[in-house]
Design a protein around this ligand. Structure first.
Ligand code: ADP
Ligand code: ZN
Length: 220
């Protein structure tokens, strides 16, 4: 399956993507994880992205398209992919469309995960992220067994730089202004699936139902 996951920060794109990859062997491609990795490693890309990320602003479309053109050509994408946090602007969505046409590939579906704003705010302020492997925790609902230490890799689990109250509110505004219009874009493309659910299991069920239907349509 080749899916796009749309939704505000904190809507659960990452969690849903991780669950889906376990089910069908596709890879999760998170531009946020790629960028955070580059910042941590101090690469040229990281240096270019750092300030915008810290403020909760978007990194330039050119930079992101450069990353994604390379990433989508890698072998592990052949089994399918889940795009988590990309595209994030109309120009990125248009550039992706051109890129996929060039590669002879087609998206199966763009999933919009729609979660109420108060739930999002609560999640983002209590979210913690592993600095080693990117695993996501929540201080209230899903803390690591040892405080501040990742269950999976043992590295520190921290609050992200862009998870201060100010940066969070900026990220939500950026989402409404620049990313929410993609819902209309993918609706026009006939690819949109909107899921109104706060539990990731419910989101997965809706995606499964839709993609199973898609597969039957393609097979017959
Ligand atoms: P979240 O979905 O929780 O806001 P991400 O991990 O997807 O966070 O992204 C973190 C930051 O990385 C964004 O606030 C932005 O600065 C940058 N970023 C990630 N993906 C993109 C993208 N497709 N276009 C522009 N900037 C991006
Ligand atoms: Zn970890």
């Amino acid at each position: 399956m080749k899916l796009i996951l749309l939704g505000a920060p904190g809507a659960g794109k990452g969690t849903v993507a991780k669950l889906l990859t376990k089910m069908d062997g596709s890879v999760q491609i998170s531009t946020g994880d790629i960028l955070r990795g580059a910042v941590a490693a101090g690469t040229e890309l990281g240096k270019q992205a750092e300030a915008a990320m810290k403020a909760g602003d978007l990194v330039s479309d050119d930079l992101i398209m450069g990353i994604m053109e390379e990433r989508l050509k890698e072998d592990d994408c052949k089994a399918g992919y889940l795009l988590d946090g990309f595209p994030r602007t109309i120009p990125q969505a248009e550039a992706l469309k051109v890129l996929l046409e060039k590669m002879g590939e087609k998206l199966d579906c763009a999933v919009e995960i729609d979660v109420p704003r108060d739930v999002i705010l609560d999640r983002l302020t209590t979210r913690r992220t592993c600095t080693g492997c990117g695993e996501i925790y929540n201080v209230k609902s899903n803390p690591p067994a040892v405080e501040g230490k990742c269950d999976k890799c043992g590295e520190p689990v921290v609050q992200r730089d862009d998870e201060t109250e100010e940066a969070i509110s900026n990220r939500l505004n950026v989402y409404n202004d620049q990313t929410a219009p993609l819902v209309g874009f993918y609706k026009d493309e006939g690819l949109l699936l909107s899921v109104n659910a706060t539990s990731s299991d419910a989101v997965i069920d809706a995606i499964k139902e839709k993609t199973e239907r898609l597969m039957t349509v393609t097979q017959s």
